[in-house]
Design a protein around this ligand. Structure first.
Ligand code: PNS
Length: 163
Protein backbone atom coordinates (compact mmCIF):
# COMPACT_ATOMS: atom_id res chain seq x y z
CA UNK A 1 0.00 0.00 0.00
CA UNK A 2 1.56 3.27 -0.97
CA UNK A 3 -0.88 5.94 -2.02
CA UNK A 4 -3.54 7.77 -0.07
CA UNK A 5 -5.99 10.61 -0.20
CA UNK A 6 -6.52 12.92 2.77
CA UNK A 7 -10.00 14.41 2.29
CA UNK A 8 -11.79 17.16 4.13
CA UNK A 9 -13.25 20.64 4.04
CA UNK A 10 -9.94 22.33 4.97
CA UNK A 11 -11.85 25.55 5.73
CA UNK A 12 -9.09 26.42 6.53
CA UNK A 13 -6.17 24.01 7.01
CA UNK A 14 -4.83 24.02 10.61
CA UNK A 15 -1.75 22.73 12.44
CA UNK A 16 -3.86 19.68 13.34
CA UNK A 17 -4.24 18.80 9.64
CA UNK A 18 -0.56 19.51 9.04
CA UNK A 19 0.46 17.13 11.83
CA UNK A 20 -1.65 14.32 10.32
CA UNK A 21 -0.23 15.13 6.90
CA UNK A 22 3.40 14.91 8.05
CA UNK A 23 2.76 11.55 9.72
CA UNK A 24 0.77 10.14 6.78
CA UNK A 25 3.55 11.20 4.43
CA UNK A 26 5.92 8.80 6.21
CA UNK A 27 3.63 5.86 5.42
CA UNK A 28 2.47 6.66 1.90
CA UNK A 29 4.74 7.34 -1.01
CA UNK A 30 2.01 9.33 -2.79
CA UNK A 31 -0.32 11.55 -0.81
CA UNK A 32 -3.06 13.86 -2.04
CA UNK A 33 -5.08 16.40 -0.10
CA UNK A 34 -8.62 16.34 -1.51
CA UNK A 35 -10.75 19.36 -0.68
CA UNK A 36 -14.49 18.84 -0.93
CA UNK A 37 -16.13 21.59 -2.99
CA UNK A 38 -19.43 21.56 -1.10
CA UNK A 39 -19.02 20.48 2.51
CA UNK A 40 -22.04 19.76 4.73
CA UNK A 41 -21.50 23.06 6.52
CA UNK A 42 -21.38 26.33 4.50
CA UNK A 43 -17.68 27.09 4.01
CA UNK A 44 -16.09 30.46 4.77
CA UNK A 45 -13.69 30.13 1.83
CA UNK A 46 -14.60 29.10 -1.71
CA UNK A 47 -13.12 25.85 -2.94
CA UNK A 48 -10.56 27.65 -5.12
CA UNK A 49 -9.55 29.80 -2.13
CA UNK A 50 -9.16 26.68 0.04
CA UNK A 51 -7.03 24.99 -2.62
CA UNK A 52 -4.87 28.13 -2.95
CA UNK A 53 -4.48 28.62 0.82
CA UNK A 54 -3.62 24.93 1.29
CA UNK A 55 -0.96 24.97 -1.46
CA UNK A 56 0.56 28.17 -0.08
CA UNK A 57 0.52 26.73 3.45
CA UNK A 58 2.33 23.56 2.34
CA UNK A 59 5.04 25.76 0.85
CA UNK A 60 5.22 27.82 4.06
CA UNK A 61 5.60 24.76 6.31
CA UNK A 62 7.97 23.14 3.80
CA UNK A 63 5.97 20.02 3.00
CA UNK A 64 6.89 18.91 -0.51
CA UNK A 65 5.40 16.35 -2.84
CA UNK A 66 1.79 16.49 -1.66
CA UNK A 67 -0.77 17.16 -4.40
CA UNK A 68 -3.77 19.35 -3.61
CA UNK A 69 -6.97 18.64 -5.53
CA UNK A 70 -10.66 19.36 -5.11
CA UNK A 71 -13.67 17.16 -5.64
CA UNK A 72 -17.39 17.48 -5.88
CA UNK A 73 -19.48 14.40 -5.17
CA UNK A 74 -18.55 11.15 -3.53
CA UNK A 75 -15.18 10.87 -1.83
CA UNK A 76 -14.86 7.23 -2.87
CA UNK A 77 -15.19 8.21 -6.54
CA UNK A 78 -12.43 10.78 -6.08
CA UNK A 79 -10.29 8.09 -4.44
CA UNK A 80 -10.93 5.66 -7.31
CA UNK A 81 -10.34 8.21 -10.08
CA UNK A 82 -7.02 9.08 -8.46
CA UNK A 83 -6.04 5.44 -8.07
CA UNK A 84 -5.25 5.55 -4.35
CA UNK A 85 -5.13 2.60 -1.95
CA UNK A 86 -6.31 4.39 1.16
CA UNK A 87 -8.24 7.26 2.69
CA UNK A 88 -6.55 9.07 5.57
CA UNK A 89 -8.60 10.61 8.38
CA UNK A 90 -7.62 12.14 11.69
CA UNK A 91 -9.33 11.25 14.96
CA UNK A 92 -9.37 13.80 17.77
CA UNK A 93 -11.86 12.73 20.38
CA UNK A 94 -14.66 10.31 21.07
CA UNK A 95 -17.03 12.79 19.48
CA UNK A 96 -15.41 12.20 16.07
CA UNK A 97 -15.84 8.47 16.28
CA UNK A 98 -19.48 7.87 15.29
CA UNK A 99 -19.27 9.96 12.14
CA UNK A 100 -15.89 8.54 11.14
CA UNK A 101 -17.04 4.99 11.77
CA UNK A 102 -20.15 5.51 9.64
CA UNK A 103 -18.14 7.15 6.87
CA UNK A 104 -15.44 4.45 6.84
CA UNK A 105 -17.98 1.62 6.71
CA UNK A 106 -20.01 3.34 3.98
CA UNK A 107 -16.91 3.93 1.91
CA UNK A 108 -15.78 0.32 2.40
CA UNK A 109 -19.21 -0.84 1.28
CA UNK A 110 -18.90 1.31 -1.84
CA UNK A 111 -15.40 0.01 -2.58
CA UNK A 112 -13.84 -2.70 -0.43
CA UNK A 113 -10.42 -2.25 -2.06
CA UNK A 114 -9.90 1.18 -0.54
CA UNK A 115 -9.07 1.16 3.18
CA UNK A 116 -9.69 4.04 5.58
CA UNK A 117 -6.68 4.61 7.83
CA UNK A 118 -7.02 6.69 11.01
CA UNK A 119 -4.32 8.77 12.61
CA UNK A 120 -4.81 9.69 16.25
CA UNK A 121 -4.39 13.40 16.83
CA UNK A 122 -1.33 14.77 18.57
CA UNK A 123 -2.50 15.59 22.12
CA UNK A 124 -1.73 19.28 21.72
CA UNK A 125 -4.13 19.53 18.76
CA UNK A 126 -6.94 17.40 20.16
CA UNK A 127 -9.14 20.47 20.79
CA UNK A 128 -8.36 22.14 17.46
CA UNK A 129 -10.79 22.47 14.57
CA UNK A 130 -11.21 24.81 11.61
CA UNK A 131 -14.49 26.03 13.14
CA UNK A 132 -12.80 27.00 16.41
CA UNK A 133 -10.06 28.84 14.53
CA UNK A 134 -12.62 30.80 12.51
CA UNK A 135 -14.57 31.71 15.63
CA UNK A 136 -11.50 32.89 17.55
CA UNK A 137 -10.25 34.97 14.61
CA UNK A 138 -13.72 36.38 13.94
CA UNK A 139 -13.82 37.80 17.47
CA UNK A 140 -10.30 39.20 17.20
CA UNK A 141 -8.47 36.46 19.09
CA UNK A 142 -4.94 35.18 18.51
CA UNK A 143 -4.72 32.16 16.20
CA UNK A 144 -1.00 31.97 15.47
CA UNK A 145 -0.58 28.78 17.53
CA UNK A 146 -3.42 27.11 15.59
CA UNK A 147 -2.62 27.98 11.97
CA UNK A 148 0.39 29.09 9.89
CA UNK A 149 0.80 32.74 8.84
CA UNK A 150 -0.63 32.10 5.37
CA UNK A 151 -3.93 31.01 6.92
CA UNK A 152 -3.92 33.76 9.55
CA UNK A 153 -3.54 36.38 6.80
CA UNK A 154 -6.22 34.76 4.63
CA UNK A 155 -8.63 34.78 7.59
CA UNK A 156 -7.87 38.45 8.32
CA UNK A 157 -8.51 39.39 4.67
CA UNK A 158 -11.70 37.33 4.53
CA UNK A 159 -13.22 38.81 7.70
CA UNK A 160 -12.22 42.31 6.57
CA UNK A 161 -13.96 41.79 3.23
CA UNK A 162 -17.12 40.61 5.00
CA UNK A 163 -17.38 43.69 7.24
O1 PNS B 1 -13.23 17.78 7.14
P1 PNS B 1 -14.63 17.24 7.09
O2 PNS B 1 -15.61 18.34 6.79
O3 PNS B 1 -14.98 16.48 8.32
O4 PNS B 1 -14.66 16.20 5.87
C1 PNS B 1 -15.79 15.40 5.58
C2 PNS B 1 -15.69 14.83 4.15
C3 PNS B 1 -15.52 15.97 3.18
C4 PNS B 1 -14.49 13.93 4.04
C5 PNS B 1 -16.98 14.03 3.84
O5 PNS B 1 -18.09 14.80 4.19
C6 PNS B 1 -17.07 13.65 2.36
O6 PNS B 1 -16.31 12.87 1.86
N1 PNS B 1 -18.03 14.22 1.64
C7 PNS B 1 -18.21 13.94 0.23
C8 PNS B 1 -19.51 13.19 -0.01
C9 PNS B 1 -19.38 11.73 0.38
O7 PNS B 1 -18.57 10.99 -0.14
N2 PNS B 1 -20.23 11.35 1.33
C10 PNS B 1 -20.27 9.98 1.80
C11 PNS B 1 -19.19 9.72 2.83
S1 PNS B 1 -19.67 8.38 3.73
Amino acid sequence: MSSAIYPGSFDPITYGHIDILRRAKKLFSRLLIAIVANPNKAPLFSVSERVGITKETLAEVKICGVEVISYDGLLIECAKVNGVDAIVRGLRANSDFDYEFQMALTNRDLDSEIETVFFMTAGKYSFLSSSIVKEVKHYGGEVSSFVPKTVEDALARKFESLE
